[in-house]
Design a protein around this ligand. Structure first.
Ligand code: SF4
Ligand code: SF4
Length: 357
């Protein structure tokens, strides 16, 4: 028998239609209108008159197999066997009759999954891979998320913000969490400490030198071995040299802090996308509950809730009142470190989602 050629393993996103609720498949692109009967429930009516209800619940995002089984059992027994996840790790159950909605909500809440996250609520926090999958995190992003969402539970299950609030968390300054109305990101405050014994064996030195955005790294010979050195007056503590060269250790329990950024927005709705701006720096990276971060986030949310006009996103609110008023209202200290005087960026960076060639 001739050997069979080994076929490539296709990876990437599978075709979503095969998993879709049949009513969604039948009416794809043919919806007439929709509304929200209550927080956490979406109601869509198709051109044909067919109706579907979607019940949205929060999950812990990094799901163990037992929780996934539990959610699938709920889908089989109390919904119609179809679920989907939103990009913020909310799970959605789709049912084709209004009578199934309340019993499903009761079962979800009984099992500890809050129903909400729609409309003008604080939806689930998008967070980065952290300790589970990434090799460079300086904090446990999912832990920060868990502690914060425990405190923002009522804002998830109610829609009482001026507009939707999207929070993100990133466990290093690469910021996989993306732009958020409020972003909680790690901030390194000291240049990397170099283990010179390992650099020559592990790191491709020219790549590491090329990686530094401010040209602070130079090749060097230390103790007779090829290594690197950092000009600490130039280093901006970004951490970019650490992924290609782990001996340039930048994570540190004392000096890796958390920073809070405000006013980022990915969507093109009403106003163009915006980059979030630093508002609080040097907060302690304080597991397991990160109380200092929670206090600042809750304060910003409270002021936004009280002061923003209806339908103003965080960035639009700050644009209207101005940053000085923002710092006044939130009582966050404004320091010289908040002023971005770096001249290396183009004026707009990638603040538009349009593709440019
Ligand atoms: S934010 Fe940084 S540490 Fe976290 S997953 Fe992304 S690259 Fe890794
Ligand atoms: S931390 Fe950033 S700025 Fe500092 S040496 Fe490394 S790459 Fe350069």
């Amino acid at each position: 028998m001739s050997a069979q050629p080994r076929m490539p393993i296709e990876s990437g996103v599978p075709d979503a239609f095969q998993y879709m609720h049949p009513a969604l498949r039948r009416n794809y692109g043919q919806w007439a209108w929709h509304d929200r009967p209550r927080p956490g429930v979406l109601h869509h009516v198709a051109e044909t008159g067919e109706e579907v209800w979607t019940v949205r619940a929060g999950t812990q995002r990094q799901l163990d197999v037992y929780t996934i089984r539990k959610l699938c059992d709920i889908a089989d027994q109390h919904a119609e066997g179809h679920v989907r996840f939103t990009i913020r790790s909310n799970i959605e159950f789709i049912v084709s009759s209004a009578g199934k909605v309340d019993p499903l909500i009761a079962v979800l809440e009984e099992a500890g999954f809050p129903v909400g996250g729609t409309g003008n609520s604080v939806s689930m926090i998008a967070h980065t891979q952290g300790f589970l999958h990434c090799d460079i995190p300086a904090t446990d992003a999912s832990g920060v998320v868990k502690s914060l969402m425990d405190e923002l539970y009522e804002e998830y299950t109610n829609e009482r913000m001026p507009n939707r609030v999207r929070i993100t968390t990133s466990c290093c300054q690469i910021n996989c969490g993306g732009q958020g109305d409020i972003a909680i990101n790690i901030q390194h405050t000291k240049p990397p400490r170099i283990n010179h014994d390992l650099v020559g064996n592990i790191c491709e030195r020219p790549s590491v030198v090329a990686r530094c955005p401010v040209a602070a790294i130079r090749p060097a010979v230390v103790n007779g071995k090829p290594s690197l050195e950092v000009d600490e007056r130039k280093c901006i503590c970004c951490g970019a040299c650490y992924p290609p060269c782990p001996p340039m250790q930048i994570n540190d329990p004392e000096n890796s802090k958390l920073a809070i950024w405000v006013g980022g927005k990915n969507s093109n709705a009403r106003t163009k996308p915006t980059l979030h701006k630093l508002v609080a720096a040097g907060l302690p990276n304080n597991p397991p509950r990160w109380p200092e971060v929670g206090a600042v986030v809750k304060k910003i949310l409270k002021i936004y809730q009280e002061d923003a006009r209806d339908w103003e996103r965080m960035s639009e609110w700050v644009d209207r009142i101005g940053w000085s008023r923002f710092f006044e209202l939130t009582e966050l200290p404004f320091t010289r470190y908040h002023i971005d005087n770096w001249r290396g960026a183009r004026q707009t960076l990638n603040s538009s989602t349009h593709i440019r060639f």
